[in-house]
Design a protein around this ligand. Sequence first.
Ligand code: GDP
Length: 299
Amino acid sequence: FQRLREGLSRSSGQLSGQITSLFTKRRLDEDTLQDFEDVLIQADLGVETATRITSRLSEGRFGREISGDEVRSILSDEVEKTLSPVAIPLELDLSVKPHVILVVGVNGTGKTTTIGKLAAKLHRGGLKVTLAAGDTFRAAAVEQLKIWGERTNSPVVAKAIGADAAGLAFEAYDEAVANGSDVLIIDTAGRLQNKAELMAELEKIVRVLKKRVPDAPHTVLQTLDATTGQNALQQVEIFRNVAGVNGLVMTKLDGTARGGILVAIAARHKLPVFFIGVGEGIDDLEPFRARDFADAIAG
Ligand code: GDP
């Protein structure tokens, strides 16, 4: 929570400051409400949420003076209301073995790092994990995954650069069955520059896995980089449609992140947020807690 608060302090500090200057010695009138709504939109919370929070604020308070603290408290409560329904921990169905987790997302959003952190968590929990280096285009991604495999005692299934990712996923599944893994985590490519090709590749991975096990992949987790702001909304749109994303991890919330975008995503997509990333280290993957996050945003 400390890392999250520190990380978000820059943007929330800004938001908090804006609230203070907006509401000091001013009555709650149309102009103030409009300014407040603009501040929330600038903080990436999204128009829908900004409008809702603003009207919530005006209810029964219109024409009165209101303190910054009161506004921050209402803001935090409203943000929590939006986030609580999506603060859902990752549940693994271990009656199926291996539970297949497909990890998707734009390059650089933290797929490989999140896979490493997650593998460490699962390994610590006594589960055997196999990793599949499904980003067969980037040698660096394969190398990164191998390093995480060593760190977490997880076998890594990899192929030559340029190999068919769906074929690799298929083989990795067999390998995970053969070595008795509880969980198979599949890394994927995320080059949005060639969107059509990437989408075809992801669809094929899903299709091939389903041939093997009809309800695989059991979890499709998308990583989002908190520092990209509004772009994240569209990224969810894209990957959700093509890969059936059913959970999110927002990374880099320790940086100069503007966490507000997670509120907009929660309001629009209502997808579970399994974890948040708060650093590059092995332990820097935390459960997503709506209250903490809301407090950190409201400042
Ligand atoms: P991928 O291309 O999606 O696989 O992304 P990577 O896992 O390679 O991550 C891209 C960069 O972001 C790397 O330098 C990571 O160390 C870094 N990174 C990933 N997650 C976090 C996080 O939660 N916080 C910070 N500060 N850096 C992160």
